[in-house]
Design a protein. Structure first.
Length: 352
């Protein structure tokens, strides 16, 4: 790019971040029902994250398309926030918070709709969103024809409900880099959902900031996937997360079961019950973790599972073989299957 285009691009990106950040004071001072406060804070956070991360990705990876969608969607959300906070009764922004992330999820990571006969669903959702936005948020419900708003509502619902099927279809068709990018994004979304619902169940008063925190996780997944930083570590991350979630659940059930058995059935004191439960959970932790890790790796981290099986098979072959040529052949096969080097040679030092 020329120097003039670079300067203009930098000014546009900085201006977008400033516009999105300017809504933070209004969100902090926003008053209303707890649900409306939570949605308002989430909308501000989501807009700022999209604009800021989109600007960073546009600057570092100018050839990517998806950061422009993030940057534009964040600015749209910031503009709607400004219109909402500017009124006497700020809106709750449920409509925007539900729609824009769903549309962007349907376009990730290529920035294009799903190819084939199902791609129109994304366009339907976008058209319905724009129609409802113009009819209700900008012009008012009384100025929008009933037929137009009804058709826009149908298109919006169809496009919104199509998010999960379209993401699943894109994941099914993906391979290589695109599949790893989708894994990072979906894992981050799952973590955000768990944090959101978990914090809402524990402390409902902090729901606004919990929702805002949860929205930051998909942004981290997008940055990792688009910048391709440790992209192929996602299988290991998913494997470890799934393993520890399952093991934690099993240990909690074991602990509660032992406590209940000791206190209710055997009639032991609570301190003895807690001690017995703690010892039982500690005793089964390592065996259960190894077993669960093997099962989870077989499903989510197949490369590690296959490599472990190859190394185990080579170790068994060493117990049965004594000829140097056979051991050398087994070693070469094991290295090729586990490491996949571009070239491989074996040097043995002679004692003579």
């Amino acid at each position: 790019m020329s120097r003039r285009i670079t300067v203009v691009l930098a000014l546009v990106l900085v201006l977008g971040v400033v516009i999105a950040a300017s809504q933070i004071p209004a969100a902090i001072t926003f008053s209303g029902s707890p649900d409306n406060v939570a949605i308002a804070r989430a909308a501000v956070t989501w807009a700022l994250l999209n604009v800021a991360i989109g600007a960073i990705l546009i600057w570092k990876r100018p050839g990517l398309r998806y950061p422009w969608f993030m940057f534009s969607a964040g600015l749209i959300m910031a503009a709607l926030e400004w219109l909402s906070f500017r009124g006497d009764t700020p809106g709750d922004l449920y409509f925007e918070v539900a729609t824009l992330p769903a549309l962007l999820a349907q376009l990730f990571p290529t920035g294009r709709t799903v190819t084939g006969r199902w791609g129109w669903l994304t366009y339907a959702g976008a058209a319905g969103y724009l129609g409802l936005t113009i009819g209700f948020n900008l012009g008012g419900a009384s100025t929008a024809p009933a037929v137009v708003t009804s058709l826009a509502a149908v298109l919006w619902v169809v496009g919104l409900l199509a998010t999960l099927p379209l993401v699943a279809l894109r994941f099914h068709r993906s391979a290589g880099v695109e599949r790893a990018q989708l894994k990072w994004f979906l894992f981050a979304v799952a973590a955000a959902v768990v944090i959101w619902f978990g914090s809402a169940a524990v402390a409902s008063g902090s729901g606004g900031w919990a929702l805002a925190l949860g929205l930051s996780f998909p942004m981290v997944g997008i940055v990792i996937s688009l910048l391709r930083y440790r992209l192929y570590d996602i299988d290991r991350v998913i494997s470890r997360a799934a393993s520890y979630v399952v093991v934690t659940g099993l240990l909690v059930m074991t602990y509660l079961g032992v406590v209940f058995l000791a206190t209710s059935v055997l009639g032991q004191k609570s301190s003895l019950a807690v001690a017995a439960a703690t010892l039982a959970a500690a005793a089964i932790f390592r065996p259960v973790l190894r077993r669960v890790q093997t099962v989870v790796d077989h499903r989510f981290n197949r490369a590690r599972y296959d490599a472990t099986g190859t190394v185990t098979g080579f170790a068994r072959a060493l117990d049965r073989q004594v000829e140097l040529a056979t051991i050398e052949s087994c070693l070469m096969v094991a290295v090729r299957q586990t490491v996949s080097p571009a070239s491989l040679s074996l040097w043995l030092r002679s004692d003579s």
